[in-house]
Design a protein around this ligand. Sequence first.
Ligand code: DC
Length: 232
Amino acid sequence: MRGRSRPVVAIDGPAGAGKSTVARAVADALGFVFVDTGALYRGLALAASERGVDWEDGPALAKLAGELDLSFGPEGHLRIDGDDRDDEIRTPEMAQGASKVSAHPEVRAALLGVQRALGADGGAVLEGRDIGTVVFPDAEVKVFLTAAPDERARRRQRDLAERGVEADFQDLLASIRERDERDVHRAVAPLRPAEDAWVLDSTGRSLEEVVERVVARVRSVGQGPENSGRAT
Ligand code: DC
C-alpha cells in the first residue's frame, strides 16, 4: 500500500454533499483519523483577519500560513498555535474567508505539507475539494461525493433549521449553484473528480447507506493489492 500500512481515504465533492458527516462516520467505523482540510483554510482566514492580513494578498497569506502552527486536537477541533479555535472558524464569515484565501496558489502550496503530514501514515480519511487530485493523488480510496443541487439546498435548510436559523430554499439553492460555479471554474485546483475517483451520488440515499458503501470499499482495498480501489 505505497509504503503505508493502512489506506488513505480521500473524500472530495461540492459544498453541501454531506462530505463532513460521511467522512467522520467512515473514520469512526474504521478507527481512522478524520481530517477536515477546509478547517485549515478557515483557520488561516481567521488568523489573517486578526493580524490585518488581507484575504486578497496571496503572498502575505502564504507567509502567515508558514508561521502558524495549525493542528487538530484529539476531538478533531482545529487548533491555531495550540489554542482550540474551532467555534470561531465555523461562521459564514470564515466560510467566505476560506473560500477567498483558498483561491490563491501560494496559499494552496503553503498548506499542502500540513495536509500531507496529517495523512502520511495512512489510516486517515481526508475531506476536502482536491484531496484525490492534488494532496493525495495516490490515495488508496478516492470518493467524489455529490448530490443534486436541490437536495443539497434542502439538507442545508434542515441543518440550519436544527440550529434555529430559518432560510429561504430558493436563496440557498442559488447560493449553492453560485459556489459550484466558482469552485469548478477556479484556475487552481478546481473542483473535479480525480480520473480514478468513485463518483458517489448521495441523492435519495440515506447517510447510513452512503457510509456503508464507502466503508465496504475501504475494507476491500485493505484486503490486498489486487484490488486497487479504482473506479468501477
Ligand atoms: O469544506 P469547508 O466549507 O470547510 O471549506 C471552506 C472553503 O475552503 C471552501 O470554500 C473551499 C476551500 N477548500 C479548498 O479549496 N480545498 C480544500 N481541500 C478544502 C476546502
